[in-house]
Structure formats: C-alpha cells, structure tokens
Write a protein that binds this ligand. Structure first.
Ligand code: PEP
Ligand code: CO
Length: 455
C-alpha cells in the first residue's frame, strides 16, 4: 500500500475517533512518558519480513498456501519462560507438518504470540460482594487480582509487555534458525507427553513419510532441500491498545509507507471493528497485512465498508477476514458474508476461527468449548466456501502446548467433570497439545477425502 490516501493520516490520527476498549489511566503524564519511550525503542519486527508475509498471504488467497494462526487467547507475563514458549512453538510446527501433508500446500505459520497481552472485555468493571473495580484487561494494562491497586491501569506494563514480546520473539527466532524446525531432526518433532497411542502412531507415520520424501528427493538431486526443511514463523496479536500500537508505528522511507513494527500481522477484534471507530482509522494507515474478525452481527454493508476502508486498492494479501460465527450460525452467516465480499469486487483471504463462536459455560461456571463444535464449524467452513466457489485459506485456533483441560472432547474424551483438573486460562479455553494435534489431523484427513472425492 502506498502512503494512505489522505495525507492527513498519522499514527495518532485515531485519537480523533471513538476508541472502544481503551483503559483509563489516572496519570496522563506517566502514560505520555511511557509512550514516548516506546516510540524510541527499536522495533520487534522489520518491514521486509512484513512484506514477505503479505506475499505469502497473497499466495494463500490464490489457494496456493494455507494459514495456520494459533496461540493463547491471552499471553501472560508469567508464561514468558522458555519451556512454555518452546512448547507452543512445537505444537504449531507439528500441526503445520500434519496440515502440509494433508493439504499439499505450504503452510504459513503465525503465532498469536509476542504481544498478545491486551484483551477486550464485555464490561468495563467487575463487581464482587458489593465492591466494583475496573475489569482485568490483560497483562499489558493491569493485574488480575481483585484489588484496587492490581486493577489500576499501570503505564509501566506497556513497557514490560513490549520487552516480553521482544524476548519471546527473540527466543522463537533462535529456535527456528537453530534447527528446532528442521525436518532432518525428527527428534525435535517428537510428541513429548502425548499418550494417546493412535494419535501418536498416526503422527509418527506423517513425520516419517515427510522425512522419507526429503531423503528421496535429496538422494536423487544431490542437494539439500533447505526451503522445505527450514520454516519461517511470524507473530500476530490483536491490535487493541492503540497507544501501544501507535508507539511502534514507523515511517519507513525506503518503502515510503507506515508500518506497525510491533508485530507482523495485527488484527482488529470483533468488538472494535465499527466503521467510524478509532481502530479502523489506525489500521487503514499501516501497511502490514491485517486481519479483521467477522461475527454474525456484521452485516453485508458493514463488511463492505470495512473492506473499502482497509483495502481500497485491493492489494493482494492485505486483508484477512477471520470469521467466527459458531457451529450453530455458520451455515446462515457465511454465505451472506461471502456474497457481500464478492459484490465488493475485492479479494480477501478467508480464515475460520472455530473457537470464539463456540464458547459456553458449564453448570460449574467454567468457560469451555466442545471439540465436536469446533470441528463441526471447520467442516462447514470448508464445505460452504467450496460450494460457493470460494475457498477457506486458513484456520485461527486458541491453543497451548501444555496439558491443560479447558476444552471438552477430543480423542481422550475430556468431560465437563475433567475441566477442573488443569484449567489454567484466565480468559478463553484453549485446546491442549493433544486436542490441537488431533484437530490438525482431522482437517488434513478430511481434506484428503474431499480431494479423493473430486478426483
Ligand atoms: C480473541 O481472538 O481472543 C477474541 C477476543 O476474539 P473476538 O474479537 O473474535 O471475540
Ligand atoms: Co479468545
């Protein structure tokens, strides 16, 4: 994208529009100092990586690649430690391998990582036993304990979040560059705690078959297949806290455009996508590829307005629409959304988030998601896109590399009664390592079946 149409666009021009979901700070001077400091610190990512990702997303738009975007609902500062990051990277790499084998397309790997620290909330405040305090908005803003001091929006947390994002991505880059993701080292691809034998066996067969194919190719060609064996990995987060995003927005003279250098792929959440709002104003001026969550509440005119505002020049790879309708509503909502985009004459990358429309609360009061609903929504997404001459180009999943019990179902048949055992999320329920891998296998298997039916 060239510099924004209106030359008046500036990283701070969103401040003239209604900004939803922004914390209230009680010390404006301290906030200003932090934003100034953030604006001086070096960026977390660079513009050529962002452009490379945009080109890969453009390939996914053409059906020549597939996006796997996944990670925690909210990263926490406490989980910024090596084991947790490595496990998350590992499950994403494992899923991507399974998808590569099943979909026969290169997989673009994007973590909800290195900056996913701010959360939208349905209410600004929370009351317990007659006491009302501001809601917890993620580690970038305040602290989860229910005390006035903890819930105070603390500007210093913006710096702590920025630093942890940089530490996280630094570690991920080192692991990926150092061969953690090299298929010649299947020992890195093993399954750790996965105990479910059929899942483990099926996965081992996939790793083995890819390893054999590489050996075969390298044997006859006499060269190493670096392209296929070394992977790249990108970061993404919800661009919610606009002062944080603004502070990391830089004009790159060589490209003659503005970029948000805090992440490769920021997205606009469902609650902040209004047409006259500050988030659209901010996002329209940056040149990153961007995502927008699409819910059943967004009608055709709204969706067309979003597209016209964010991608007036119809730049390939610029706009990813992440639909999150829920298994119940996707059959009625998705065809309308596809039709609205078609009428706009624009091309987008369609991605399904089968998590956020399928959240429910158990009788015990825990938020959960049922594996069968997640799978059902994905199945319907693939089918409806294909039936309408469109195609699903990616999935967006909330997951963790740890052995948590937050979503029910899956091969081990977790029930509501199992949830309490290892429920760790303070926000949305995530698929655990086994469930995430199983989901990738089912997507791969069903896609192979669909291909065979067509052949
Ligand atoms: C999320 O992705 O964690 C989220 C809050 O999603 P949505 O904006 O789609 O509700
Ligand atoms: Co979430």
């Amino acid at each position: 994208m060239r510099s924004p149409e209106t030359t008046s666009w500036q990283p701070a021009s969103w401040q003239g529009k209604p900004a939803l979901q922004q914390p209230l700070y009680d010390d404006p001077l301290a906030l200003e100092q932090v934003v100034a400091e953030l604006s001086r610190l070096p960026p977390i990512v660079v513009s050529w990586e962002i452009e490379a990702l945009r080109e890969r997303l453009a390939a996914a738009q053409r059906g020549q690649a597939f996006l796997l975007q996944g990670g925690d609902c909210a990263e926490t500062f406490a989980d910024c430690e090596s084991d947790s990051i490595a496990k998350k990277l590992k499950i994403l790499l494992q899923m991507s391998l399974v998808l590569l084998q099943g979909l026969k397309r290169p997989i673009i790997r994007v973590g909800r990582m290195a900056g996913q620290y701010a959360k939208p909330r349905s209410a600004d405040s929370e009351s317990r036993d007659g006491v009302t305090l501001p809601s917890f908005r993620g580690d970038l803003v305040n602290r989860p304990e229910f005390t006035a001091e903890a819930r105070r929006a603390d500007p210093q947390l913006l710096l702590r979040g920025y630093e942890r994002a940089a530490l996280t991505l630094n570690f991920v880059r080192a692991l990926v560059d150092g061969g953690f993701a090299d298929l010649h080292h299947p020992e890195y691809w093993d399954l750790g705690f996965v105990k479910h034998a059929p899942l483990k066996d099926a996965y081992q067969r996939i790793v083995q078959s890819i390893g054999d194919a590489l050996d075969f190719f390298e044997g006859i060609s006499g060269t190493a297949v670096h392209e296929a064996t070394l992977v790249d990995f990108y970061a993404s987060h919800e661009g919610l806290h606009l002062l944080y995003e603004q502070a990391q927005t830089r004009f790159i003279p060589r490209q003659n455009r503005w970029y948000n250098l805090s992440t490769h792929l920021p997205w606009i959440g469902m609650r902040t996508a209004r047409l006259d709002g500050a988030h659209l104003e901010y996002f329209r001026g940056i040149s990153n590829p961007i995502g927008v969550k699409v819910s059943a509440g967004m009608d055709g005119a709204w969706l067309q307005g979003v597209i016209a505002t964010l991608n007036p020049q119809n730049i390939p790879g610029r706009l990813t629409l992440i639909h999150r309708f829920g298994a119940k509503d996707i059959a009625s909502a998705l065809p309308k959304a596809i039709e609205a985009v078609r009428q706009s004459g624009q091309t987008v990358l369609w991605v399904c988030d089968p998590m956020h429309g399928n959240t429910e609360t158990t009788t015990g009061g825990l938020k959960t998601r049922r594996f069968e609903n997640i799978l059902k929504e994905l199945d319907l997404a693939f089918t409806i896109h294909a039936e309408m001459g469109s195609h699903l180009g990616g999935v967006h999943i909330e997951l963790t590399g740890d052995d948590v019990t937050e979503c029910t179902g899956g091969a081990r048949g977790l029930t509501d009664a199992d949830l309490a055992r290892a429920y760790r999320s303070t926000v949305d329920p995530r698929l655990n390592h086994e469930q995430a891998l199983e989901l990738a296998m089912l997507i791969a298997e069903r896609s192979q079946n669909r291909r065979m039916m067509r052949a």
